[in-house]
Ligand binder design. Structure first.
Ligand code: A3P
Length: 341
């Protein structure tokens, strides 16, 4: 089913900013990014593009991928805000969809980081040209991931609407605390001594200034889309998967049109999927303990994607008052939508 941008339930920004179309593409992008509102504070400055905040390098890649990405109607796209459980969702979806051909005993997850198994649309491992080619060479149905807001995703290609999307959200307080830790793990030569107070991170997050933020707008776009098109957009919460991972895996399999058979249920396949994707299993594997990806201006250690993997850790870092303040902001922003955290 090919949907169009107009069919989407989500509101579009009224005054979209569009890069000018003269000069070479690369210079044009950089010039354009340099004109955007910028905020300092996180480990790299964030720039605001169509309401959302991005690292400048990532925005450069987003603008680049808009020209090169070729969507397919049967793509399966995992969407998150960073630190909402992207790594976990990639592992789960990869394992659920690949279970007919991959054995658990020598499963790719045992030797490869989940981010190596499911590429991001907008974040190349190395240089962008080969990344675009890599995405084109993947067999259908492709498993892809993105942190892009829905409005940006749709801008890239109206046809993308026909892809199935799984959106994983997470309690904003835990997302923020996870983000704050993560900022100190990404290695940047010029920011080796980077240090950010949690209070500063909290203030910026509450203002909506965090990577891919405002937090609430990102969630809300996909939430509304999931209400309008539940067969195409599945909206999940990290805490719900944590509470009953086996049921979450069953629901995911149904959404992906690969439900567990009676035989699979009897032999405990859903439980095995949960086990191999669990925080304990993944963190016990050498591939997730060492190594990383050099993105040029920053180095991303594989281990940075695993910290505690629990719900409610925010209470160990934020005061009760901070928690209540953030809850109130998010509640007001989501009011009337039926979405809550
Ligand atoms: P914490 O920092 O709270 O521990 P992302 O993958 O979007 O970058 O999110 C990272 C967060 O997900 C981290 O949260 C990380 O520990 C957690 N995580 C990673 N793998 C997980 C898993 N298999 N199960 C549960 N949580 C996981």
């Amino acid at each position: 089913m090919a949907s169009t941008r107009e069919e989407s339930a989500t509101c579009r920004p009224e005054d979209d900013v569009v890069p000018p179309k003269s000069k070479s593409k690369s210079i044009r992008r950089k010039d354009f990014i340099s004109t955007l509102p910028t905020r300092e504070g996180w480990s790299t400055p964030l720039v605001q593009y169509n309401k959302y905040w991005h690292r400048a390098q990532i925005l450069n890649e987003i603008l680049q991928v808009q020209d090169t990405f070729n969507p397919r109607s049967d793509d399966i796209i995992m969407v998150t805000q960073p630190k909402s459980g992207t790594t976990w969702l990639k592992a789960l979806t990869f394992t659920i969809t690949g279970r007919a051909r991959l054995s658990f005993s020598d499963h790719p997850l045992l030797t490869r980081h989940p981010h190596q198994l499911v590429p991001f649309i907008e974040i190349p491992d190395h240089d962008h040209t080969s990344h675009a080619r890599l995405l084109d060479t993947l067999p259908s149905p492709r498993l892809l991931a993105t942190h892009l807001p829905l409005s940006s995703l749709l801008e890239m290609s109206p046809g993308r609407c026909s892809s199935r999307m799984i959106y994983l959200s997470r309690n904003p307080k835990d997302t923020l605390v996870s983000r704050w830790h993560f900022e100190h793990k990404v290695l940047q030569p010029e920011h080796r001594d980077f240090k950010m107070e949690l209070e500063k991170a909290f203030t910026m997050f509450c203002e909506g200034v965090s990577e891919c933020g405002p937090f609430w707008d990102h969630c809300l776009e996909y939430w509304m889309e999931s209400l309008a098109r539940p067969d195409k957009v599945m909206f999940l919460k990290y805490e719900e998967i944590k509470a009953d991972p086996v049921q979450a895996v069953r629901n995911l399999a149904v959404f992906l049109d690969v439900p567990f058979s009676h035989e699979e249920e009897t032999s405990g396949v859903p439980q095995e999927v949960v086990r191999i994707c669990s925080f304990d299993t993944l963190t016990s594997l050498p591939v997730n303990q060492a190594g990383g990806v050099d993105h040029g201006t920053y180095y991303m250690p594989n281990s940075a994607f695993f910290r505690k993997g629990v719900a409610g850790d925010w209470a160990n870092y934020m005061t009760k008052q901070m928690g209540e303040n953030l809850d109130l902001i998010v509640k007001e922003k989501l009011q009337g939508s039926g979405l809550f955290f």
